[in-house]
Design a binder for this molecule. Structure first.
Ligand SMILES: [Zn+2]
Length: 136
């Protein structure tokens, strides 16, 4: 699964405006220092692959990065990639990228992103739109 930054193909789009605002508003309740927390979106660009996921890479003020995978379909959809249900259940929705070294902010950012994904339907719609743009 080859991932490419959304900003590579669509540099003119405001790639992190909406989520940045949400994070600034909420950061203080999650033990995060004040900072815009830009979020970079990476998508799979294989036109044959319908994985329906985004990798969100968040930059913290200490220049550390945290990476999360967001899969917006339900567990059943992903069971065709992970034959065992346990893995599919763990991977569906939001997870900390297991191949990325976590920083001291990763846990708090994960909690904050869970809240965003729970409460901001427009942000999820935007992710789906960007996914379609990257596949097209
Ligand atoms: Zn894919």
């Amino acid at each position: 699964m080859e991932l490419e930054p959304f900003s590579n193909r669509y540099p003119e789009e405001n790639i992190y405006g909406i989520l940045t605002l949400n994070i600034v508003d909420a950061a203080h309740s999650y033990g995060l220092p004040p900072w815009p927390y830009p979020v970079f979106e990476y998508y799979c660009v294989d036109p044959e692959c319908d994985c329906r996921k985004v990798r969100l890479v968040v930059l913290a003020p200490d220049r550390s990065v945290s990476a999360f995978d967001y899969w917006w379909e339900n567990q059943r959809f992903y069971e065709k990639w992970w034959l065992d249900k346990k893995t599919a259940k763990e991977m569906a929705w939001l997870s900390i990228d297991p191949f990325w070294v976590p920083s001291k902010h990763t846990g708090n950012l994960f909690a904050l992103l869970q809240k965003v994904m729970d409460s901001d339907a427009s942000y999820i719609e935007r992710i789906k739109k960007h996914y379609a743009m990257m596949k097209g």
